[in-house]
Design a protein around this ligand. Sequence first.
Ligand SMILES: [Zn+2]
Length: 71
Amino acid sequence: MSDKRGRLKACSRCGSLRIRAFSLREGGVPGASELAGMYYCERCKRRVMPIVFDDEKAYRKFLKERKRKAL
Ligand SMILES: [Zn+2]
């Protein structure tokens, strides 16, 4: 998920970009959910806090460091 400025939002748990703001059906409030930082990760299948990256480079760096930590 990325916005107009090219920033990326990723799941803080698994690093996936497949996150989205809660929909109304899921108990979210349009607009407000996003502001409150309530996102749903398709991979974790749960509510997560997103990490915002300025660009893809910053995101890749995060992935790299995450991998290193797991080893
Ligand atoms: Zn996740």
